[in-house]
Each structure stands twice: as C-alpha cells, then as structure tokens.
Design a protein around this ligand. Structure first.
Ligand code: PLP
Ligand code: TYF
Length: 394
C-alpha cells in the first residue's frame, strides 16, 4: 500500500526552519517561522500562562472529556475577546479546535458541506496553508490581488477589481489583522468598501485572525473582524491563540460561525460539533483552559495584556529602528513601509535570489518570498540586517 505514496511538497517555512538549525554560523539571524522571540531569541512562556497552568495543576480534579465543542466557557471568553458586542451571543456558534489551523480546516469543511460549489477567494499572497488545505479538500479556489510590489502596501485598486469577479455564495478569506505574509493591511475605510462589495455580491466572509494584539492593540486589531461580523447574516471566523497567548504547541483555537438567527445558530453549532467528532472527537483542552483562566480572572488578564503590549511595542520599536537605519544608509524614504506594516511580518519585496544571497553571505534567514519575522530581530541585529539589505542592492 505505502508504495503508492508520492512525495509531497514540503512547507517552505518549516523547511527553512530546519535549514537554519543546521547552519553552524553563530551570528546567523532567524527571520523565518512566525514565532515570537524576545531580544535574546527566546520564545518565553507568558507570565499569565505560567500562573494559569500552576492554578490548573493545583485545582483541576478531572481530565474527563469536555464536550465536542470544547469547554463552553472557552467559547464565551473567546467570543468576547474577538467579537466583543458586535453580534449577539444568540447568533454565534463556536467550537474549540486544534489551533487556528484546525479552525480554518473546520471552516472549510463546513463550507464544503453547505456550499460545495462555492469558490474560496484568497489574497495573493496569503498564508501557504490556506491554498494547501483548500486544494487538499478538493474545493474551488481563486485569488484576489493584494500586495503592491512597488509601494509594499495594499494594491487596493487591484483588490477591488478582482473582487468584482465574485459570484453569489462565494467565500472570501480576509485576514482579520496583521496580514501574513506581507504585513500590509487595509485601512478601516478600505475594509468598509470591501464589506460593501461583498454585501453587494452576496459573498460570505471567512476571517482568519491569528495575531490579535500584535498590531495596534487587542481591540484595535479586532475592529475589522467585528465590523465584518456585524455586517452579514453569515460569517465564519477562525481565531488562533497560538501567538497572542504564546501557546503554540498546545494547539488552541476556535471557529465561530455567525448565523442569521438563533435557529440557524443551533444548526451551525450541531454541524460544527459533528465536524469535530468526525475529525478528532474532542478538541484539545489544556491551552483552551489556560486561555479561559486568563481571560476570566481580572488579575491574570491584566498581566497578560501588559505582557502582550510589551511584545507588541517591542516589535513596533524594531520596525521603526529598521526603517530609520535604512533611511540613514540609503538617504531615502523607500523603506518607510517597514514602519507602516503591522504584526509579526513584513514582506521586504525582493527576489528569491536576493533572499538566498542574504542567507548565503550573511546568515540572514527569511522566507523565499522575502517575508521577515520582525520579532527575530533585536537592537543589535537591526543594523546588521539594514547593512546587508543595502549591500545586496535591494
Ligand atoms: N492563520 C495565519 C495567517 C497564521 O499565520 C497562522 C500561524 O500560525 C495560523 C492561522 C494558525 O496558527 P495555529 O494553527 O498555530 O494556531
Ligand atoms: O506563517 C508562519 O510562520 C506561522 C507558523 O505550516 C506556521 O503561521 C508556519 C507554517 C506552518 C504552520 C505554522
């Protein structure tokens, strides 16, 4: 049987991670995989997470199964964190999932059940697992322009023109904030125009929000998602806790389905539970319980928010430092986009050859599409990167 298997394409980001590990150079710089790192290159367990885990260890009296949708308290806490009061709870079905990836997978399976002929529209570029899972599920897929190679901002005219091609019932995947891989984001005014376009076309939004709190702040980063949620009868929202709680390996995420009314919510809730059962029965609980403990305890929540703010501001400072350093070296404003981008990533906007040159000559690892993880920098490596960029003639 196994002889029938054929080699599959590797995940480029994870392959780069392996290549970095093998590199013996001591001054190498890892701007690859999207994992937050502090100035010493560590990915810390957040203080509030440690404390929540301590409490769970001390107080948990059972590890019996939760429910197919996970612990309902997690659903409530996450709905409030992501959606606030933008839609009434009576309209929101929710299931815990293994990470944001699990939420995306379940969202796509739900779409496949409810609208098998729908085309799922993705930004070009987007997170590589989006097209990969869609292809795997045998669903129809289309792209809308997103990135302006010249300005390194959003190609809004291209985006709006491409969205003219949407058919009624199609699904449009939007990044809730902190676009991966570009770092370029729609303004709220532009998002309003996208919402109006999707409404006019009768499309259904699928929001992927994996970096809430990494851009402009916890609430600011959720504003677009909340606007979308309150503007349609049906919206799917896949949220990840991996980054903002730093619980990557615990596999913690949620899929929310905004329904037209309470009856439709009940149907969606039942279907989401069914999908969890087909794939893995009960979703993982530990990370979800940690997140719920933090979000529902005022003291832990305040500490988590404070640490997340430090993280966010640290990345903003690195962005500014890199933009300033490049301004100084090039005597131009052409790298200002680095300070305008938000989240963990920025697409530098250069060729795979230049990316390879940076790796070979300077030990600087970024993804082949020139995506840099800003958190992989620190105050000392910023000038090294800036000089390497200029030396490479980027
Ligand atoms: N969506 C985007 C855009 C991401 O960058 C990530 C990154 O990890 C995810 C979803 C899902 O993450 P996870 O499955 O680790 O929660
Ligand atoms: O884009 C990233 O780097 C993160 C982490 O298959 C990641 O989202 C990368 C690849 C992958 C899963 C997660």
């Amino acid at each position: 049987m196994l002889e029938n298997l054929t080699a599959l394409p590797a995940d480029k980001i994870l392959a780069l991670m392996a290549k970095y590990k093998e590199d013996p150079r001591t001054d190498k710089v890892d701007l690859g995989v999207g994992v937050y790192k502090d100035a010493s290159g560590n990915t810390p367990v957040m203080r509030a997470v440690k404390e929540a885990e301590r409490r769970i260890l001390a107080d948990q009296t059972s590890k019996a199964y939760t429910g197919l949708a996970g612990d309902p308290a997690f659903g409530t806490a996450m709905r409030e964190l992501v959606l606030a009061d933008s839609v009434p709870a009576e309209r929101v079905a929710a299931v815990a999932t293994p990470g944001g990836t699990g939420a995306i997978r379940q969202a796509l399976e739900l779409i496949k059940m409810a609208a098998p002929d729908a085309t799922v529209w993705l930004s070009n570029p987007t997170w590589p697992n989006h097209p990969s899972i869609i292809k795997y599920l045998g669903m129809k897929m289309a792209e809308y322009r997103y990135f302006d190679e010249e300005t390194r901002g959003v190609d809004f005219d291209g985006l709006m023109a491409d969205l003219d091609g949407i058919a009624a019932g199609d699904v449009v995947l939007l990044h809730g904030c902190c676009h991966n891989p570009t770092g370029a984001n729609l303004t709220l005014d532009q998002m309003d125009q996208v919402i109006a376009k999707l409404q006019a076309k009768g499309a259904v939004p699928l929001v992927d929000i994996a970096y809430q709190g990494f851009g402009d702040g916890l609430d600011a980063d959720a504003v677009a998602t909340r606007r979308i949620a309150s503007s349609f009868d049906n919206v799917l929202i896949a949220a990840s806790c991996s980054k903002n709680f730093g619980v990557y390996r615990e596999r913690t995420g949620i899929l929310m389905a905004v329904a037209k009314d309470a009856d439709q919510k009940a149907l969606a809730q039942q279907t989401l539970a069914y999908l969890n059962r087909q794939n893995y029965s009960f979703p993982p609980d530990h990370g979800a319980r940690v997140v719920t403990t933090i979000l529902t305890d005022p003291e832990l929540r305040a500490d988590w928010e404070a640490e997340l703010e430090e993280t966010r501001n640290g990345m903003l400072a690195l962005r500014q430092q890199l933009a300033d350093e490049l301004k100084r070296l090039t005597n131009s404003d052409r790298f200002n986009f680095l300070a305008d981008h938000r989240g963990m990533f920025s697409r530098l906007g250069t060729s795979p050859e230049k990316v390879e040159q940076l790796r070979a000559e300077h030990g600087i690892y970024m993804v082949g599409d020139s995506r840099m993880n800003i958190a992989g920098l620190n105050a000392k490596t910023v000038p090294i990167l800036a000089k390497a960029i200029v030396d490479a003639g980027i």
